[in-house]
Design a protein around this ligand. Structure first.
Ligand SMILES: [Zn+2]
Length: 405
């Protein structure tokens, strides 16, 4: 899916980055932290911001800021992210960044001058696609992720986050809670393509977010006995791949039994990974979500029990380890109501997707504006939003900024 044709230059940013980080194998985009596509996107953002007269800086956690006017505390900060899942779509992240820049361009063109500090903020590694932890930049900034743990994270090529940060010009010693950066954010706004079908039924191009499901990621490691695929009788095997297969069905069943919950196994790695080899170890990653924290934790407890039973049935063992956890988020009510009023009563909508705005909400007022997704498909090359709806999003952001600034 290609970016929409632009209207009077608006959303042309999506066209400008349309060739950066294309993934020929998966389709769509693979744009991961501090890899060439991500660095190219950072350069693109810097160039575009500078053309608007904004002042760009990178904070010590790798998040990129572009200031409109003087820097200062208690700023209105608007942004999103430019990285993607493997084989991601055009809109998840970049729509929020491009819309923020376009909203400022429209305000500037109208002669509007902000009375408060204002910045566009692009968070590092929102998707967690390289180092496994979603909302890495905002979690580091708020201290929700320990800097020592972050530095030790390793990507699929065995490169540590510490080394990758250094290579990208970020001092790894500076990673971690950044109270000065947080103090500069009076409130944070994130525009995002909707990642479900909520707005289709509501018949509105935009909505304001009400809440985010509790969600987390767990690594499940099955250990059995590596052996010869031809010489080992079927009755003599301890095959962790079969333990994983049983577990995947158990994960689905557990989530179905828990109303409104979601659980997904979207990633698997086999060791040693040979066609004629029974695996010695298989690792899968679980993504589990529910409306309430307790419901999500109960779901994972239930899944852990079912996974252990599935592993035992194949003569294997299973270890479930939490990689990340985000409690349910209820967005700041006063700010949410203010946005709804400013946007003439647009609907409010919960979401099952995590966002940097959700991470920041533990420390300061945050709000989100969703743009309608006509298929509800996201984290896929098929993700889409119409030009008219994207323009409605820019107009909504402009309207809200005009009132807040
Ligand atoms: Zn996103």
């Amino acid at each position: 899916m290609t970016a929409p044709a632009t209207a009077h230059g608006l959303l042309s940013g999506l066209d400008e980055i349309a060739d950066i980080g294309r993934d020929a194998r998966r389709g769509g985009y693979s744009r991961h932290l501090w890899q060439p596509a991500d660095l190219e996107l950072r350069d693109w953002f810097t160039g575009r911001a500078v053309r608007l007269g904004l002042d760009v800086e990178i904070d010590r956690n790798g998040n990129t800021w572009a200031w409109w006017g003087p820097r200062g505390d208690d700023a209105i900060v608007v942004g999103s992210h430019l990285d993607s899942v493997p084989g991601g779509g055009t809109y998840d992240g970049p729509l929020g960044v491009v819309s923020a820049l376009d909203a400022i361009a429209r305000l500037q063109a109208s002669g509007f001058r902000p009375a408060r500090p204002c910045a566009v903020l692009v968070f590092a590694e929102e998707e967690g696609s390289r180092f496994g932890i979603a909302c890495l930049g905002s979690r580091l900034m708020t201290g929700a992720l320990d800097a020592g743990r972050a530095r030790a994270l390793v990507d699929a090529d065995g490169i540590s986050l510490e080394a990758a940060a250094s290579a990208a010009g970020i001092d790894p010693a500076g990673l971690g809670e950044d109270r000065a950066a947080l103090a500069r954010i009076g409130l944070f706004l994130e525009l995002h393509v909707e990642q479900g079908r909520g707005l289709i039924d509501l018949g509105s191009p935009v909505a304001v977010a009400s809440s985010i499901l509790a969600h987390g990621r767990w690594r499940i490691t099955f250990t059995g006995e590596g052996n010869h695929a031809g010489a080992t009788r079927m009755t003599d095997r301890r095959d962790p791949m079969l333990a994983a297969a049983r577990s995947m069905l158990a994960v689905r069943d557990a989530a179905v039994a828990s109303t409104g919950s979601r659980a997904t196994i979207g990633r698997i790695e086999a060791v040693p990974g040979g066609t004629n080899v029974i695996s010695s170890q298989v690792t899968v990653w679980l993504d589990a979500r529910a409306a309430e924290d307790a419901a999500a934790q109960d779901l994972v407890t239930e899944i852990t029990a079912r996974v252990s039973a599935a592993a035992a049935a194949e003569g294997c063992t299973a270890v479930v380890a939490e990689e990340s956890w985000s409690g349910a988020v209820a967005f700041d009510e006063a700010l949410r109501d203010r946005l709804v009023h400013s946007l003439h009563g647009v609907p409010t909508l919960p979401t099952g997707a995590g966002h940097d705005a959700g991470v920041l909400s533990s420390r300061l007022p945050t709000a989100m504006i969703f743009v309608r997704n006509p298929t509800g498909v996201s984290h896929s090359p098929e993700e889409f939003a119409t030009l008219d709806d994207c323009l409605a999003g820019v107009a909504a952001l402009e309207q809200v900024l005009r009132e807040l600034l």
